[in-house]
Every structure is written in structure tokens, then in C-alpha cells.
Design a protein around this ligand. Structure first.
Ligand code: PLP
Length: 418
């Protein structure tokens, strides 16, 4: 740790004072969500024996079944499928969609272009092998308005033209410069869909969203939803996995797709994962709160440095992502390298821009995490294309994010004053 420049010390003190009431609001939200999760654990009678996993086929894995029930209760859905056999968020979303789409069906994204990796799943990027498009599913999306909101007029035109079987709402911004969509905004989108295209199923890409507000999109009429366990829902403890929640028949279809017809959710050894999945979900409200507090601090400090950030420190939040616009390739690289240097793992490694499977542009990534690529842990990444937007997310503890960001700001903006 470098001693802070006196000027920066003063700015940090101002930021601390400014954001205190906002951090207190996050604490209230954590309390609410923690109570919800605790109640689900109690209602489902979680016992010590549920924490040990099954092997082989994984038949009669009571721990796994209760965990499904806990997720269903917390997200207020009929069913849930929480599995270590999901290799990533992308895989989980792909299974949820593919399990419920057949040859000749149409899929529409209401929230503009899909997240980078989902474009390959759909078959509008990459070589299309294994994509929905290859399987005969057609696709369209509703372009967002210039300010990044859902375009109601366009939406009505597209939905009435395409009759989608499934309409996707992507809550988090991903690598886009649009705002993330709060649950209140999603609620309005769902109302619009029910009016214009009532036959369509509504699916939510909830990656990064869990516990970042008091309520989830499934409480307002979404039919099914999915996310990753190495983001919020795993609480920084789960080492792999994903979840799908929603209507019973839709979750079941996804389960047949994940395993095989005739098997569905009845097999899948949980091995040593139950313990981590339970503990991770239990801690997820708090860890999500820590990450959001870290993002609020980061936004406030970088705003003081004169950078454009989104959301601003005092705007409502619905996910973990903090965008920082550098408008400068070198500063973006330097700042990201500093985040890596201030990580608990691989702090000595220097990240450099490079190509990643599933992503079209060069990416720089700071990820000194305990779980590879876990963005529940403090990490930063972004494609090296104008406006040089860095997407920061996660943080197991508020103190770590605060230390790392302050050091990165010092090295990037005060280096010559040390
Ligand atoms: C992270 C993310 C995904 C994909 O998750 P991976 O685990 O990286 O495959 C999909 N959609 C959104 C909005 C995300 O943030």
C-alpha cells in the first residue's frame, strides 16, 4: 500500500461523509434480504445432513432438493433448478432458453442487443455451431432508445410482427453503455408485454441482479429467470454452478435439456457442492451489499476525479456493475492493472488486453479472485473499444474495494505527486 497523497486523503474523507446515508440504505436492504433467506432455510428445515452431497447418479439427494425449494421460495416461484452442472451463467441461460424453444420458434430480446456471449448462444455472432439459430430458432431484438431505455413504440411493432415464443429482458447492462434495468422498470416492461404479446413467455437474464434490490423480477410476472452462482447468488463461496427459477413446467423443460429426457432434475450428483451452495446463498445478501457499497464508493471517488460514471453514486442500483468511462485506452489499462495489483490472489500478475472466447473485441480483465473469473469478487473488465468503458463489479468485503480503488486512483491520477 502506498501512503496516500494528502490531496487524495482529503477527497476520500469528503467521499466517506457524502456516501454515509447511502451506505446505510444498503444495510437496510441487506437486512431485508437476509431475513427472507433465513426464513426460507428455516421453512425448508435445512439440516446438517443436507450439507453433505451425493455421488454417482445423485438419486434422492435431499440436500439438493431442499436447496431448489429454498431458491423457489426466495424468488417466489413454483420451481427451481440449482446445479453445479451448469458450467457458467451463459450455459445456464442457454439451457433455460433451449429447453423451452423448438424448431420454428422465435426469440426476441426486449432490452436491445444481448450480452456478448449470448449472441453466440443465439447464433448472431461466432460460427453458429450449437446455437439456437442452428436449431431453427429465429431471433430479433428491440433496439433501445438513444438514452438506453426500452422503446415502447418499437417494442409493440416488433412483438406484433414476430410473435415470439420467449421474450428476454436482460436486467444488467453487461458490456453495454446503457443503464441496468431496475425491477420497477422491468415491472413496466412486463406490463407492456402482457398487453401487446400476452402469449409470449417472459424470461429474465438476472445475472448480477440477485439481492441488489429487495424484490426480484419473478415477483412481478416474469415466467422464468436464470443466473450464475459465481455472481451474486453464490455469495462468493460457490465455486461453480447456476440456477433457473420459474414456472414448474418451464424449469422442468430446462432440466430435461440439462440432463436428458426421462432424467430431468432427478439426477446429478451434488458431490461436495451442497455445503458451499447453501452457505453461499445464505451469505449472498450481505456479500452483494458489500459489493454495492464498494461500487457506490468507487463511483463517488471517480466522479470527484472528473470521470463519467454510471450509475452515479447516488442513483438507484439494480446490479453490481459500475461503469467508468475513461475515454482513454492507456488510463483504462493502467487503472485495471492497479486493481489486479491490489487483489488478494495473483497480485503480481499484469493483465494485458487479449481476445477471449465468446467475446468479439479485445478485453482487459483484472481478476485476482479465489474462484476463477468469479465476478462476485472484486474484478474489472471491459472491451478495448471507445468510449473505453471499464466495468467493475463485485467485492467480498467493502474494505477491500475501498483500499483497491483508492490505490488505483492514486496510481492513475496522483502518480506524479507521490
Ligand atoms: C455474466 C453475464 C452473463 C453470462 O455469464 P457467464 O457466467 O460469464 O457466462 C450473461 N448475461 C449477463 C447480463 C451477465 O452479466
Amino acid at each position: 500500500m502506498h501512503e496516500l497523497a494528502p490531496e487524495l486523503k482529503k477527497i476520500v474523507a469528503q467521499v466517506d461523509q457524502e456516501i454515509t446515508p447511502r451506505l446505510a440504505q444498503i444495510d437496510e436492504q441487506v437486512l431485508y434480504n437476509q431475513a427472507k433467506v433465513l426464513k426460507a432455510f428455516q421453512d425448508q428445515h435445512v439440516a446438517e445432513s443436507d450439507l453433505t452431497g451425493s455421488t454417482g447418479y445423485g438419486h434422492n439427494d435431499e440436500g439438493r432438493q431442499k436447496l431448489d425449494a429454498i431458491y423457489a421460495q426466495v424468488f417466489k416461484t413454483e420451481a427451481a433448478l440449482v446445479r453445479s452442472q451448469f458450467v457458467s451463467g451463459t450455459h445456464t441461460l442457454a439451457v433455460a432458453l433451449a429447453g423451452n424453444l423448438h424448431y420454428g420458434d422465435h426469440l426476441t430480446y426486449l432490452t436491445g442487443e444481448p450480452y456478448d456471449t449470448m449472441q453466440e448462444v443465439i447464433g448472431i455472432a461466432g460460427n453458429q455451431k450449437g446455437s439456437l439459430r442452428e436449431a431453427g430458432v429465429s431471433f430479433s431484438y428491440v433496439p433501445l432508445t438513444p438514452s438506453g431505455e426500452v422503446d415502447d413504440v418499437q417494442a409493440e411493432i416488433v412483438l406484433k410482427r414476430d410473435h415470439p415464443k420467449i421474450i428476454v429482458i436482460q436486467r444488467s447492462r453487461g458490456y453495454a453503455t446503457r443503464p441496468s434495468f431496475t425491477v420497477a422498470k422491468i415491472q413496466r416492461m412486463i406490463t407492456l408485454i402482457k398487453k401487446v404479446s400476452p402469449e409470449s413467455l417472459i424470461f429474465i437474464d438476472n445475472c448480477y441482479g440477485e439481492f441488489s434490490e429487495c424484490h426480484e423480477p419473478t415477483e412481478y410476472g416474469a415466467d422464468f429467470m436464470a443466473g450464475s452462482l459465481i455472481k451474486n447468488a453464490g455469495g462468493g463461496i460457490a465455486k461453480t454452478g447456476g440456477y433457473i427459477v420459474g414456472r414448474k413446467d418451464l424449469v422442468e423443460n430446462a432440466a430435461y435439456r440439462l440432463t436428458a429426457a426421462g432424467i430431468g432434475d432427478s439426477e446429478g450428483a451434488s458431490l461436495a457442492n451442497n455445503h458451499e451452495f447453501y452457505q453461499g446463498f445464505f451469505e449472498a445478501p450481505e456479500v452483494t451489499g458489500n459489493a454495492i457499497k464498494g461500487a457506490i464508493y468507487s463511483a463517488a471517488l471517480l466522479q470527484k476525479m472528473g470521470l463519467k460514471v454510471s450509475p452515479t453514486w447516488d442513483e438507484p442500483r439494480t446490479d453490481l456493475i459500475q461503469t467508468i468511462i475513461f475515454n482513454d485506452r492507456q488510463n483504462m489499462i493502467k487503472f485495471t492493472q492497479q486493481i489486479q495489483a491490489n487483489s488478494p490472489v495473483d497480485s503480481f500478475v499484469e493483465p494485458i488486453p487479449s481476445k477471449m472466447p465468446g467475446y468479439e473485441d479485445e478485453i482487459i480483465m483484472a481478476a485476482g479472485s479465489f474462484v476463477q473469473g468469479a465476478t462476485m469478487e472484486f474484478s474489472a473488465d471491459g472491451p478495448l473499444r471507445p468510449p473505453y468503458a471499464l466495468y467493475m463489479q463485485g467485492g467480498l468485503t467493502y474494505a477491500h474495494v475501498k483500499l483497491a480503488i483508492t490505490q488505483a486512483v492514486q496510481a492513475t491520477f496522483f502518480a506524479d505527486k507521490e
